[in-house]
Write a protein that binds this ligand. Structure first.
Ligand SMILES: [Zn+2]
Length: 496
């Protein structure tokens, strides 16, 4: 993919450019005629537009169904799928003869060390992985002993046991006291485990008093590995059970709940979220952060694809930082995903290749070489692919202009043209760029928006240099309707 010069040599695009220029000129005249002065004060005015619509909610934080996922929810109403699932990476945990998946076993070492260091007398691994067939035997024996109702309270049917995930382990005192008994919870080790397991990615899966939610009676010995992030977040928010953590749609409590919300930093560094209203405009802003000064640019993106929007900050000091959004609100502290000269780059963020499950970064250094940085882990960027030259000076916005399911790059030229570079969906380009507008030199920021004019709608919300917000609907390779959605935004740094 070469530079942009070829675009000017294509008669067809010039014609398009003139047509868009006429439309845009008409709009600008309209905007000027309405003579809306920017509102006073630091907080931009809120405009309630007349177009009826509903906000486009994030996908719910559905519990993972993949039994190989560390956060998979397994209980009496959610069997493993397939029911005969067997993990591929089981290891002998601590040489105990009990097997766990490799990551869980590694963290179990830390947990056991921590318990020993705390002077609890130490822990022992009593029961780990159980196959479908083994669980069938365990369950049948309980049914024979106690009858089905009691068996269901203390044991799982085959295909319904967390032990079959390779992520659950029953622990006990190293000296064997209170083994698989509720009194373990009152021993030094049991008390320590309940208070500290999350620091090693484990949770006490069946806590006391939650039988009506988990379906199981109190088992202070049954630990489930869910990973450090999830275990820590549950502890921090006071969620006692995985069921409660995943229940309903916790992302409705996230700091950013919709792709139509507008997020912006004001000159004093307050981070504000302007919630999209069903009526089509923005509601009263909510402060969701502070000290957001020193930004070159920032982005709202679900960087780790967990269904909750995160923030990606491109700082003037050259760092690219991730602030992970929590389902219940607020953000993590900064997770550095890139270091070096990111302040020298012009970037756009989004899903650039279907080969990656996470959104990535496309951008260029002042030399104009366009690069794609795949995001392979939902965390740090590790490598780049050169995908173009001659991009110096262009403004970049990733959006699916032609609605073919693959994002394109919309590039603003110094002369105010808006060019569409069609993406091929797998990290590169296809076909020739085309001009899709002119007069865009007066835009300070272009923010892709989802659902601002109703479910499924897509648009580009543009911040003009004189502080207006104008929403441009995206169709199928054509512009949809345009409408002003705010004024007085001149001093705000919009998150793209
Ligand atoms: Zn257990």
């Amino acid at each position: 993919m070469g530079g942009v010069m070829q675009v000017h040599d294509r008669p067809g695009t010039r014609r398009n450019a003139r047509r868009r220029m006429a439309a845009c000129a008409a709009f600008l005249a309209l905007a000027l005629a309405s003579a809306l002065a920017p509102a006073a004060g630091a907080v931009p005015a809120v405009v309630n537009a007349m177009v009826p619509s509903a906000a486009n909610p994030l996908p719910g934080l559905d519990p993972a169904g993949d039994p190989a996922n560390l956060s998979v929810l397994v209980n009496k109403s959610r069997p493993l799928n397939p029911a005969t699932y067997a993990p591929a990476d089981l290891v002998n945990a601590r040489g105990s003869g009990q097997y766990l998946r490799a990551e869980a076993a590694a963290w179990l070492n830390g947990l056991f060390q921590g318990a020993a260091d705390a002077g609890t007398g130490g822990l022992a691994a009593v029961s780990g992985y159980r196959s479908y067939a083994q669980q069938q035997q365990v369950y049948s024996s309980y049914v024979n002993l106690y009858g089905q109702a009691q068996a269901d309270l203390i044991s799982a049917r085959p295909g319904y046991s967390e032990h079959q995930t390779g992520l659950a382990v029953d622990v006990g005192n190293a000296n064997g006291s209170c083994g698989l008994s509720t009194c373990f919870g009152d021993t030094a080790a049991g008390i320590w485990v309940a208070a500290n397991a999350h620091k090693y990615g484990f949770i006490v899966r069946y806590p006391n008093g939650y039988t009506n939610i988990t379906g199981y009676s109190y088992e202070p010995w049954h630990l489930r590995y869910v990973g450090l992030d999830l275990a820590t977040d549950m502890k921090r928010r006071g969620f006692a059970t995985l069921e409660q953590y995943f229940s309903g749609n916790p992302s409705v409590y996230a700091s950013i709940t919709s792709g139509a919300d507008l997020v912006a930093a004001d000159p004093s560094g307050r981070l504000l979220r302007y919630p999209a209203l069903p009526s089509g405009g923005y509601g009263v802003p909510v402060q969701i952060g502070s000290n957001w000064t020193g930004l070159k640019q920032a982005f709202v993106v679900d960087w780790d694809s967990d269904g909750v929007y995160d923030l990606l900050a491109q700082w003037n000091n050259g760092t690219l930082g991730l602030f992970k959004g929590w389902p219940g609100g607020a953000f993590s502290t900064q997770i550095v995903v890139g270091t070096g000269d990111w302040d020298a780059m012009t970037i756009t963020v989004g899903k650039w290749s279907s080969n990656q499950g996470y959104p990535g970064v496309v951008g260029y250094f002042p030399d104009g070489g366009l690069r794609y940085y795949p995001n392979t882990s939902g965390r740090a960027l590790t490598y780049r692919v050169d995908i173009g030259t001659g991009w110096a000076g262009l403004g970049l916005t990733m959006a699916d202009w032609d609605a073919d399911g693959a994002n394109d790059i919309l590039a603003t030229t110094a002369s105010g043209l808006l060019l569409n570079y069609p993406g091929n969906g797998v990290g590169g380009f296809k076909g020739l760029p085309g001009s899709i507008g002119s007069g865009w030199g007066t835009m300070k920021a272009l923010v892709p928006s989802f659902g601002l004019s109703g479910p499924g709608t897509r648009s580009i919300t543009a911040q003009t240099v004189d502080g207006f917000l104008v929403d441009y609907g995206l169709g199928t390779g054509v512009w949809g309707s345009q409408r002003q959605v705010g004024n007085g935004w001149g001093s705000m740094t919009l998150f793209k």
